[in-house]
Design a protein around this ligand. Structure first.
Ligand code: SF4
Length: 376
């Protein structure tokens, strides 16, 4: 929180209420993986409690279709994993760096615009979800895109900036219409008389409501890398190596490094936990001496579980408890690899056809810009 109150959270609750109360609008909800292990704290539940199905019930009670960003995190792995395999096997720009954290992407645009080719071209899971809601979902639910309002519940205010980026739209409109932070969502629930702690759990709706454990761990540092490895290693070895847990990606260290053997290939990975740790990694890349093939960067220490829009905590113990519970949610998931998500498989069969194909490039990938002139 800004000590002189010059910076305040841009409140979008009134916009969400207007959409919910408009009889001509169909609301479609998504919530980021981190929300499912943090929102309960706003309702006095223990840190990290998995409230996924309670939020699904709350979304339905408010009105609209209840979905999860875990679904599009799985789509992100299909796209980003394929992009990585192509870069490694066909000689593309390496190291490839993850692009799902808008705080990190903006940092790159500000400070390393000459290195933007290292960023994956994948949109974040929030934006992929929005693009699919406006282009894939209308036919499935029989509602035209112009009558849909896509509301996201996200762990950070940077997601509001990301929603506003000019390139985040298609001919069917903005990918995402309204972004609420975790704290705003809690306020909205309370305003509408919803007590998350007491509400009966409900399942998500069909088409974009299934998520794997891999999609869920996007919410913690190292989670995107671990999710990607689960699928990339499986695909590159034709299923011969089917490792699920990558302990080397876990934990709270500022820089985590590992070597992963995939057949004849030795893939060197790094995970940057917190934007304060990224400069030496970037300087090595700029100097052409980076040892890595694939790097995850999340701006917030601990990842989205500790995002700027999450229930406020300054306690490392609280963050550790959220993290433990998120890995527990992953362990308890019916499927734990993105490519095993049945709704994602259906999306590719019926609509996208293939990862990194023509439709994916149009809707799910993006480009970045030099913002160094904006740095004050
Ligand atoms: Fe937002 Fe922080 Fe997550 Fe990045 S790490 S997406 S800034 S909450």
């Amino acid at each position: 929180v800004c000590p002189v109150a010059a910076l305040t959270e841009k409140d979008s609750i009134h916009k969400a209420i207007a959409a919910l109360d408009d009889p001509n609008t169909t609301v479609v909800w998504q919530m980021a993986p981190a929300i499912q292990n943090t929102l309960g704290e706003e309702f006095c539940l223990p840190p990290g409690t998995d409230v996924t199905k309670k939020i699904s019930a709350a979304m339905k009670q408010l009105g609209g279709y209840a979905f999860t960003t875990d679904f599009s995190a799985d789509v992100t792995i299909m796209e980003e994993g394929t992009e990585f395999i192509q870069r490694v096997t066909k000689g593309g720009v390496l190291p490839m760096m993850t692009s799902c954290c808008p705080g990190w992407v903006k940092y790159m645009e500000y400070h390393y615009p000459d290195q933007l080719d290292h960023l994956s071209t994948c949109k974040s899971p929030q934006q992929m979800f929005g693009a699919l809601v406006k282009n894939y979902l209308p036919e499935k639910i029989g509602v035209p895109a112009e009558n849909i309002c896509q509301i996201s519940i996200m762990p950070c205010v940077a997601k509001k900036f990301e929603r506003d980026r000019t390139e985040m739209e298609s001919e069917n409109g903005r990918d995402v219409d309204i972004v609420l932070t975790t704290r705003e969502a809690a306020k909205l629930f309370k305003l509408r008389g919803i007590n998350l702690a007491a509400i009966q759990e409900e399942e998500f709706d069909d088409f974009m409501g299934e998520g794997s454990g891999a999609g869920r761990i996007f919410g913690t540092t190292g989670g995107v890398m671990e999710a990607a490895l689960r699928t990339v290693v499986w695909k590159l070895t034709g299923g011969k190596i089917d490792q699920i847990d990558y302990q080397e990606a876990r934990g709270y260290k500022g820089l985590k490094e590992a070597s992963v053997k995939i057949g004849d290939l030795e893939v060197k990975i790094a995970i940057v936990n917190g934007i304060g740790n990224v400069k030496p990694v970037m300087e090595d890349i700029r100097a052409g001496k980076s040892p890595y093939h694939f790097i995850e960067v999340m701006a917030c220490p601990g990842g989205c579980l500790n995002g700027g829009g999450a229930p406020l905590t300054a306690s490392p113990d609280m963050i550790a408890r959220r993290m433990d519970q998120m890995y527990e949610s992953d362990k308890n998931s019916a499927i734990r690899r993105s490519h095993e998500n049945k709704e994602v498989q259906k999306l590719y069969e019926e609509y996208l056809k293939e990862p990194c194909g023509h439709i994916s490039h149009h809707l799910l990938h993006t480009a970045y810009m030099d913002r160094s002139g904006e740095v004050r």
